[in-house]
Design a protein around this ligand. Structure first.
Ligand SMILES: C=CC1=C(C)c2cc3[nH]c(cc4nc(cc5[nH]c(cc1n2)c(C)c5CCC(=O)O)C(CCC(=O)O)=C4C)c(C)c3C=C
Ligand SMILES: [Fe+2]
Length: 462
């Protein structure tokens, strides 16, 4: 049963947030707007998801539960204790816009899951699960139902009754939870006939040094949030939901720039210091949907509106990279480090002039420059949406940093996008000598859950 002290869903007017593409809820922090002195009336607990959630708005509690109070909270008792605190507090402190920003688990007309076109968040967890040995289609369906319900609750900033308290003081913080299915999922659930050919294993590439234990998996979850505790909290909740049904196969933790760290919103930088993401397809492009999302005529109807995620853990040989001069580094990519502009001039958004030559007669953007080789013009128009996280897992035995990119890319057809481009890169990209592909996964990411449904239901119950 939910403990309700404030009507979460009615706490204020939702406003678009330019940076995140999510919404901010008035009164809980956007632009440091003070929360309303009187909270709206409590909404009745709705059936299913919301009834599990303590509608104790975490925002409402900000500044009201001191460290001592929060530290004493334990699972099961947390909701009640906090509800009592919240009810006594007439003037909660508002959240910042970062904490208050909410990304919808399902939008009325959107068919895609959140976390694909959502702007990059500061923290990410990529996790793969394998179904339990005795799992079947029914138990897999039950798991995806539980996971979808938890994701919806947490993305809305609602706290389950039996909770650890880890994220209690924070708002939704742009949390997204995105679910995918691996090739092996279909055999485990007796659904091989409905497995899309797009999930056929990726080919080997010459630079691969893949660790099978950190690759693939029956199920995949991408968690992103602008607060590390919110992301961790979501991961723990989803892991608990999986108990007895699936077990963690691998986990990778990543990060991006913190919102507000730069004077103006800008394209992310990676750990090599490059502006990375400039020439990503944009939702405003005419062919964006066609390139990134599965079309209406797809053979597997349950994937229509979904997308395919290729996940690669790519370690950067930073000791080697950092020995190169800035000039050399820029030639490797074909763009300036400072502002991401192509070597042929202009600003970050100026198109590359791939045919321009210098006074020496050589191409200004070298023939093996990464941006040239990866560009649609070099790949029969192939394009993908890159949405990576950086990672840093300490140091290796040789003292080199275990750091790089959790490269996540989205496309309607991996064979025509990732595989096409990676094959080309494999044949002579100037960046490749500084990279090691250490793990790989390919996942079918179904469309968003329908109201009352869960992610993957048309496959599992269809
Ligand atoms: C198979 C696809 C790709 C892999 C793997 C990949 C790894 C990788 N890339 C960078 C850094 C940059 N990539 C940039 C552009 C770029 N990269 C790919 C594809 C893969 N990258 C594409 C399709 C593009 C866009 C090309 C274009 O149309 O111009 C850039 C330039 C800026 C930008 O457009 O984002 C950088 C920088 C790293 C560090 C990396 C592996 C760790
Ligand atoms: Fe790239």
């Amino acid at each position: 049963m939910s403990k309700q002290t404030s009507g979460k869903k009615a706490t204020g007017k939702r406003t678009p947030d330019a940076r995140t593409g999510g919404t901010r809820t008035g009164g809980r922090g956007g632009g440091r707007v003070p929360a309303p002195a009187t909270e709206p009336a409590a909404t009745p607990a709705d059936a299913g998801g919301a009834s599990r959630a303590a509608e104790v708005s975490r925002r409402r509690l900000l500044g009201t539960v001191g460290a001592a109070g929060a530290a004493g909270l334990v699972a099961g008792g947390a909701g009640g204790a906090l509800a009592a605190h919240a009810a006594q507090d007439p003037a909660p402190t508002a959240l910042t816009s970062i904490g208050a920003t909410e990304v919808a688990f399902r939008k009325t007309h959107a068919t895609h899951q959140a976390g694909i076109t959502t702007p990059l968040q500061a923290t990410g967890h990529l996790v793969a699960f394998d179904l339990a040995p005795d799992a079947d289609r029914k138990s897999a369906a039950a798991l995806l139902r539980r996971w979808s319900r938890t994701a919806e609750e947490l993305m809305a900033g609602r706290v389950p009754d039996a909770d650890t308290g880890v994220a209690l003081d924070a708002g939704p913080s742009s949390l997204t939870v995105t679910f995918g299915l691996g090739h092996s999922f279909f055999g485990r659930t007796g659904l091989t006939k409905r497995r899309p050919v797009q999930l056929d294993p990726l080919p080997d590439f010459s630079a691969d040094a893949l660790d099978p234990q950190r690759s693939n998996g029956d199920l995949w979850i991408q968690i992103g949030a602008d607060d590390a505790l919110v992301a961790f909290h979501a991961l723990r909740a989803l892991q608990k939901d999986a108990a007895g049904s699936a077990r963690l196969r691998w986990q990778m933790n990543g990060f991006n720039r913190t919102p507000g760290a730069t004077a103006r919103p800008m394209t992310a930088r990676n750990l090599m210091g490059q502006i990375d993401g400039t020439n990503n397809p944009k939702p405003s492009d005419q062919d964006f949907d066609e390139r990134i999302f599965v079309g209406r005529d797809a053979e597997q109807a349950w994937m229509r509106g979904g997308s395919y995620a290729v996940v690669r853990r790519i370690r950067m040989l930073l000791d080697d990279w950092e020995k190169r001069s800035r000039h050399e580094q820029e030639k490797v990519i074909g763009r300036r480090k400072a502002n991401g502009a192509p070597l042929t001039g202009g600003s970050e958004t100026t198109p590359m002039r791939l045919d321009a030559t210098g006074s020496d007669g050589l191409p200004v953007i070298p023939a093996n420059a990464h941006a040239r080789i990866a560009a649609p013009a070099s790949n029969q128009g192939a394009a993908l949406l890159r949405r990576p996280f950086s990672y840093h897992d300490g140091f290796r035995e040789d003292g080199a940093p275990d750091a790089g990119l959790l490269f996540v890319c989205w496309q309607a057809d991996p064979l025509r996008a990732f595989t096409q481009i990676q094959r080309k890169l494999d044949r002579g990209d100037a960046l490749s000598p500084f990279l090691r592909h250490e793990a790989s996964g390919l996942f079918a990411v179904p469309p968003a859950a329908e109201p009352g449904g869960y992610v993957g239901r048309p496959l599992l119950e269809g």
